[in-house]
Design a protein around this ligand. Sequence first.
Ligand code: IFM
Length: 451
Amino acid sequence: MEFTKEFFDRFPKDFRWGTATAAYQIEGAVHEDGRGPSIWDTFSHTPGKVFQGDTGDVACDHYHRFEQDFDLLMSLGIKDYRFSTAWSRVLPEGKGTVNKVGVAFYDRLIDSLLERGIEPAVTLYHWDLPQALEDRGGWRNRDTAFYFQEYAALMFDRFGDRVKLWITHNEPWCTTFLGHLMGEHAPGYQNGKMARAVAHHVLLSHGLAVDAFRGHSSAGQIGITLNLNTVYAASSSDVDRRAQDYADVMANRIFLDPVFRGRYAELTDAILAPIEDGFIHPGDMEVISRPIDFLGINYYSYVVAAGDPENPGVVNDVTPRTDVTDMGWPVNAKGLTDLLQRLSQEYTTIPLMVTENGAAYADHKVEDRIADTDRIRYLEQHIQAVGDALSAGVDVRGYYLWSFMDNFEWAFGYSKRFGVIFLDYETQRRIPKDSAYWYRNLIRTFQARLG
Ligand code: IFM
């Protein structure tokens, strides 16, 4: 399917077409220039935690190659670039002494983007908590929320003159569930009580960072990025609808409700662990639900939930698996339209941004060409879905493709490729896949319409 100029009529003129990455997944240079260790350094170096023992030590060596990477970004006509800053690169201990060399790195990186006419969008936390803070209890410790606020204020102060789009957290769901309940991500705990505390402190830190931002003179916008799924019920039976509710709280409402309604969804206690009296301090929920300027949505997949008449708490995932990505994630682009519509109807009228969408597929390089037709099909369908949401009146302002280049896919190491640029990890050579050229053409067509 080719996008015509007419297809873009429903998109706002300043719609932001971008790509996204995250520090630990691409930077490498983990021991350089005073960077302190993060929980992902520890986790990836722990035997058995990451596929084949892969680590982010070198990753895409973006730390040394960012100029070249941004030339590539520019050659593809990509106008927005979402990346995260590594907390322990600027504050090696997570707090206290600032690492000037780390700050200088992001200074150069931001300037390099702007020199090329690319707008930076900064995520402050994409999972790489300084190990020094983990040693003090990590996100289980309420103090971490206040250290995050100090770190955020430092970043607004240093970069607020040039960065206009800020994201406090990327996917608190993963920090909470994968990091503290399922143990699949750093720091690797499997404890519902801990996860409950982490969810609250991460949310609190988000609100505190919003406060710091509002107190700062910078003119930009701030939001949070949530990974959300559309959850359908397997049937209209009561038992399946209840399973849908349960799965919806677990996947979506656990963070949507506090951020937009200032309270936790009813089933949160049942899913994680009951909160102890006094754990939530007076005023916390007000801080957590401070008004934000946009909501970032990372959308990859959907869920069909079925209940079990014998066990009311059980949710069976009966999602059809006829069309799945290399992650095993079922594909359903309509789920993105439904999600965007639901958010604008039930939660908020602030602008929505798709801050991640994309797919891993097993790419094959044949004489320097990667014909990633599956990825192109996935992207086409999902961009069409964004167009459908816009036609339905939803205020969507941008689409950031995950990811700019293949990178360290957390517990899967380098075995999953999400990029539109192929990474030859042996040589660090970058090769645009067909999807990169496809995305370039899409942006060109969009711009041609503007005349
Ligand atoms: O690679 C991740 C990213 O760090 C956060 N969102 C999902 C992506 C694919 O798993």
